[in-house]
Design a protein around this ligand. Sequence first.
Ligand code: 9MR
Length: 644
Amino acid sequence: MNITTKVFNVQASVKYLNKCVLAAATFFAASSQAATCSYSVVNDWNTGFQGSITITNNGTSAINGWTVGWQYTANKITSSWNATLSGSNPYTATALDWNKTIQPGQSVSFGVQGDKNGGAAEKPTITGSVCSAVVSSASSVASSSVATTSSSSKSSVASSVVVSAASSVVSSAISSTPISTSSSALSSSSKSSVALSSSSVSSACGVSQCNWYGTLYPSCTTTTSGWGYENGKSCIATSTCATQPAPYGVVEGCPVSSSSSSVVSTSSSSTKTSSSVATTSSSVVATSSSVKSSSSSSVASSVATTGLKSLVTFPIGVAVNAGNENNSILNGSTSAQQQAVVFPNFSQFTAGNIMKMSYLHPSEASFTFTQADDLIAFANAHGIKMHAHTLIWHSDYQVPSFMKNYSGDFAAMMKTHVQTIASHFSGKVSSWDVVNEALAEDGDSTAVNGFRNSVFYQKMGLNFIDQAFINARAADPVADLFYNDFNIENGGTKTTNLLAMVDGMKTRGVPITGVGFQMHVLLDWPSASTIEAAMKAVADRGLKVKISELDVRVNNPYNSSAPVYTSLTADAAAKQKERYRQIVASYMKVVPAAQRGGITVWGVWDTDSWLNTASAPDWPLLFDANFQAKPAWQGFADGLTSAP
Ligand code: 9MR
């Protein structure tokens, strides 16, 4: 069945490429436009690879719309971003609306991630009507095909297109398979790739394993659910593996080697990944500054395929659903689509909900860590760090009910709460929101000394904040400890109260590492200069600064004269792009490198945002309803590569 599907896809793709070539011949006859198309391997690890395809317009007129294709010998793609991918070797990638136009001198890039499938990370030739490398061959192919045109000659046209991309495919595939060489390069390459997949099937040893998002792990023999540890290796229970979305799940094959079978070895490859990311990042920054004056947007585009996280060395985070929430990043109905955009772009997760108080400590005697543990194991397996949110939060529906009417020693109970949770996760999370939203909003008539009149303040006064940090540090000696809040970037009384609070904590020797600015902001409020002043004031105190929950809604519910968007218009998308760029650039400008705790976006894609409701739709995030990067993504990337 797989083989049939592959043959169908190959034929469908070839027909498509055939059309492209004929279109190319016509197109290039009338235009001097020429682009170079290149493929680079950005990163590769045990079983996987990340590739970047760049189209650079060397011509004198704009390219409006592009489609390119390529073929691997063994590698298989598991996800892509910033292009619409079709086919399954050969692959075809088509422009998205926002990156279909390439101005003269500019580049557009898109990315792929995949499984090396037993081979090395390959570097195929990119073909397509925009690629100047194909112009001559396409023209000559087209002219010869025109000269000999017949219905059967269509396949020779198509095969010629693939020849440069597939020449290595043809030779290596032929040598490793019993397929006899056909007179047509096309049929050789397509049959060969079919034969390769069947030969990999026939080499299976019949041992049950789990393909966990591109990495093979042993299936557990005694653990019945989740992750296990058996025979000195991490394993995944068959029942858990079986619920992963295609193409992942239980597979049969030869036993995985020790280098690729455990989370430990995976994380060592993650370490390698992050060091190579750091290298990429510095070269990216260097490239960025060296060409900034000519075309900073093309720089951002040309590095787009390496993902946001590769542009900087500090964490780029995203809030995710997990556990029993809808749309879990691990195994919800959208998990494959989420992972395709999350893996290349983000290096840190915050659990949007499942590490809040009521999830981890629902009753006085019970702590429930399983959902969070599963998320952390998943993050570790993909080289993603965890920012934990949050140990103490006043929010009524997140305070466990037993705490609300607690009649015993409240401070002792809070100490147990903080220390039990922080010690469980010690070494597994990089940072904590220790206290969330303790400061009162400007104008809050119930505020006490600038603080929210929460159950914690009522029971312990200001000491609840100090004790939370002291107990968290006692239980976790290394994680960064943040105070997190919203509207502290707006320069009002709340900002003043924040600075007074952290000054007091520092004077008292309370172990605070930094401040998280949630940054649920509007398109035009607060101003960049106001945001910069607030972040700089915190940085000047020697604290880390984190943008912890960034989103930019386009509708302003507080201003009745603001435009009302019922869809994300081009105008709104452009304003949002600029706002993301401005905020990220402000962060880069005022927060010294050593004090950057990271920037986290509050959600993966617009549909799932807390700000998008049926009665008040909005589009506040970096990826749209179809998981395509929005102009906002480009704005974020441009901000990251801005000076200094
Ligand atoms: O996005 C979160 C939403 O799904 C929850 O229903 C809500 C209540 O737990 O919390 C939202 O996240 C909030 C975060 O925890 C603290 N800062 C404000 C966020 C948006 O409300």
